[in-house]
Design a protein around this ligand. Structure first.
Ligand code: TRP
Length: 352
């Protein structure tokens, strides 16, 4: 029997303004789940894209789950390297960003057997054609370093549905590239409920309002493209990375992302760090040229992230505590997953 109300899914995608719960009661009824592949340190794009949204929701009193999807690393490579190092690094990035260990549940999905079992019924609810036309999967196949595409590449979005539905999340803060996976998750929830009775809410997507931050080379900021500024970067590293960022010849600084993507990106970065309007930032730099812009951006990043970096460094001094936190998170995730799996098996009429 379902223990939680099954929500309707309108609207399926929300922005922070429309998502802001109106009353304390509604805050507490949201369960937020999101996560990051453990493939490297989180960067400023992650921070402005979703990390700050999560912390904001947590601080409003929602129940926050953060999945570290370690199996998902194997979608586009044969071996997941430095897994423990990346997992522990992610936990530190979360703690630095303001995730509160007393309120949030951080877990690795490989440590939650009942979550993984949900993949079997979920796969029965989607067609091979549906899995094959997922635009994010197609894009990842195009950029994959493997010579053959594995079955996991096509099926991981259904596994991601298990990451989300095992805890009956109602709100998922992610970047736009994750929308196809959220759409699939809602489809799976809806089909399961139609076929077997109401068990799952259909989660809404919470998209960031911040415009996309580019890497220092003017393309998408990405862990794998050596163009990103890590949250944990030192002030000196930050200065060096920004000094090396691509700009253009025009000394007059303006905010015009279509015509001047690289310059506008540094303006945007400065504006996001300072909570200012990018046009106003550009105006204030005027015709100082790229060097003044880079100095402003460096100063803005280092000032804004100093407290976060200090907090991260403090936690890094006590890795036993960090590992303990992850163990406790895995334990809680297992309890929740076992309850949901029991409901699923009962709804499907499995022998118990
Ligand atoms: N697919 C996400 C990414 O590549 C990671 C992820 C796995 C995720 N499971 C999730 C995100 C559940 C949100 C909710 O970044």
């Amino acid at each position: 029997m379902p223990t939680q109300p099954v929500l309707t899914a309108a609207p399926a995608t929300v922005t922070p303004d429309t998502a802001a719960p109106a009353t304390a009661a509604s805050v507490h009824s949201e369960r937020v789940l999101t996560g990051d592949r453990p493939t490297g340190p989180l960067h400023l794009g992650h921070y402005f894209g979703t990390l700050h949204n999560r912390v904001r929701l947590q601080n409003q009193g929602t129940d926050l789950f953060l999945v570290i999807p370690d199996y998902q690393v194997l979608t586009d490579r044969d071996v997941a390297e430095h897994l423990v190092e990346h997992v522990e690094g992610l936990v530190l990035d979360y703690l630095g960003a303001g995730v509160d260990p007393a309120r949030a549940t951080v877990f690795t999905h490989s440590a939650v057997p009942a979550l993984n079992q949900l993949l079997l019924p979920f796969l029965s609810l989607v067609s091979v054609a549906e899995l094959g036309r997922n635009p994010t999967v197609k894009d990842e196949i195009a950029h994959s370093r493997q010579s053959a595409v594995s079955g996991l590449m096509y099926t991981y979005p259904a596994h991601q549905a298990a990451d989300i539905l095992f805890c009956k999340a109602t709100l998922v803060p992610v970047g736009k590239d994750q929308e196809p996976h959220l759409e699939l998750t809602r489809t799976i929830a809806r089909r399961f409920n139609e076929r077997y009775g109401p068990v799952f809410p259909e989660p809404r997507t919470l998209l960031s309002q911040a415009p996309l931050l580019l890497g220092t080379d003017g393309t998408k900021m990405s862990k794998s493209r050596a163009n990103s500024i890590a949250l944990k970067a030192t002030s000196d590293e930050t200065a060096r990375l920004i000094r090396g960022a691509k700009t253009d010849q025009d000394r007059r600084i303006s905010y015009d992302p279509a015509a001047r993507p690289e310059v506008s990106n540094l303006v945007l970065l400065t504006a996001l760090c300072q909570g200012r309007d990018p046009h106003e930032v550009a105006e204030s730099i005027g015709d100082g040229g790229a060097s003044a812009l880079k100095a402003a951006a460096t100063e803005a990043v280092n000032t804004h992230f100093a407290p976060l970096r200090a907090r991260r460094a403090q936690y890094a001094q006590d890795m036993d505590y960090v590992r303990e936190l992850l163990r406790a998170g895995n334990e809680r995730a297992n309890e929740v997953a076992e309850q949901t799996l029991a409901q699923v098996r009962a709804a499907m009429g499995m022998f118990r």
